[in-house]
Design a protein around this ligand. Structure first.
Ligand SMILES: Nc1ncnc2c1ncn2[C@@H]1O[C@H](COP(=O)(O)OP(=O)(O)OP(=O)(O)O)[C@@H](O)[C@H]1O
Length: 340
């Protein structure tokens, strides 16, 4: 749906984005992460045709952003961080206006607006002035404008920023549901949200790609050992000895609980030796029941911090893509006038 090859963007002598290559597949929700100033907004503004790249090619549904900007815009719904709302209009008038802008045929308009308002659940406020809506509802109106015209690709920049926890869950579920019929790029600083919603994640740092993979693979690739947190009933020291004797165990730390015979153990073991089954049988043989067992994968947050702090570049799809990328570079003759 989107193919970016060797995209770079310079503002004067600031290299905001350097040699970026990645793809968005059909029906995929792709997380787009990076610390402040990494180049996320720049990338999204280029994909949506809001500004040109300095070099590189960007194709949306096969159309080149520079050569066929209108065809590209027809296929993209964009929700910028600040939703582009006219707050003195009612929801219905505003969405009708968006239909005008997107050339939605008059014969299709009523059905499409009803469907979109249904989907984002704003039918009950259609007659209200946008300025009188809560932040959550304004965000939904922003999503609605992105959905008008039935674009195949949605680009959502921080769609849950500033919402309360209930609204966040609602918008998150909505994005998941939209993922069934759209391909989505989701930029967010809320990493548990990205883990929950996205199938794949692109992490950029200082304008370059640091990692492209599933959240699960990213967690695994940062850690060569397994870690478990286990609660076991029985004498702490005897249990510790049993755990230390299991094949593959590197380290065991324990903590006893007051007023209970249950202790918790943090176990580190080599990845090739899955200790869960032998641990179960050995502890059962000794008569020490396992009360709780949790695998301690690195969270996306840990991975993100490690990658962006140490400038780590993971071997991944991005590297292969870079190799495969053809040499053609579009030099952009337009002088950019943006100031920060
Ligand atoms: N119009 C501009 N003129 C000059 N430099 C700019 C301009 N826009 C962005 N930059 C610089 O380019 C780099 C990337 O900025 P960009 O806004 O794309 O990052 P970002 O990842 O979206 O950050 P944030 O999460 O803070 O929105 C930053 O160093 C920024 O200062």
């Amino acid at each position: 749906m989107i193919e970016i090859q060797n995209m770079s963007k310079r503002y004067g002598n600031v290299n905001a984005v350097r040699d970026l290559s990645f793809t968005l597949e059909k029906g995929e929700i792709l997380g787009f992460l990076g610390p402040n100033g990494a180049g996320k907004s720049t990338t999204m503004n280029i994909i949506t045709g809001f500004m040109p790249p300095t070099s590189g090619t960007i194709k949306v549904c096969g159309y080149d952003v520079m050569e066929d900007p209108i065809e590209v815009k027809k296929r993209i719904g964009y929700l910028p961080e600040q939703p582009p709302l006219y707050t003195d209009m009612t929801v219905k008038d505003y969405l009708n206006y968006v239909c005008d802008l997107k050339h939605v045929k008059r014969s299709l308009r009523k059905n499409q607006l009803d469907d979109v308002m249904d989907l984002v659940k704003i039918g009950d406020v259609r007659g209200r002035l946008i300025k009188n809506l809560s932040k959550g509802y304004k965000q939904r109106v922003g999503l609605a404008q992105a959905l008008v015209g039935s674009p195949e690709v949605l680009i959502l920049d921080e769609p849950t920023v500033g919402l309360d926890p209930k609204q966040i869950i609602e918008i998150r579920n909505l994005i998941k549901a939209l993922g069934r019929n759209h391909s989505i790029i989701l930029s967010s600083h809320i990493l548990p949200e990205v883990s929950a919603v996205c199938e794949r994640v692109v992490i950029i740092n200082k304008g370059r790609i640091s990692a492209v993979d599933t959240p699960e693979n990213l967690s695994k690739s940062m850690d060569s050992n397994d870690r478990y947190n286990v609660s076991i009933a029985g004498p702490e020291n005897s249990i510790k000895d049993i755990l230390k004797g299991l094949h593959g165990v590197i380290n065991v730390e324990s903590e006893s609980t007051k007023d209970s015979d249950i202790s918790s153990f943090l176990i580190e073991s080599t990845r090739d030796a899955d200790i869960r089954k032998p641990m179960f049988f050995e502890l059962a043989k000794a008569g020490y029941p396992i009360m709780e067992l949790k695998a301690m994968d690195k969270s996306l947050e840990d991975v993100f911090l490690e990658i962006t702090k140490n400038d780590v570049v993971l071997k991944n799809e991005a590297v292969n893509l870079e190799k495969a990328a053809h040499e053609e570079v579009i030099e952009n003759p337009v002088e950019d006038k943006e100031v920060e």
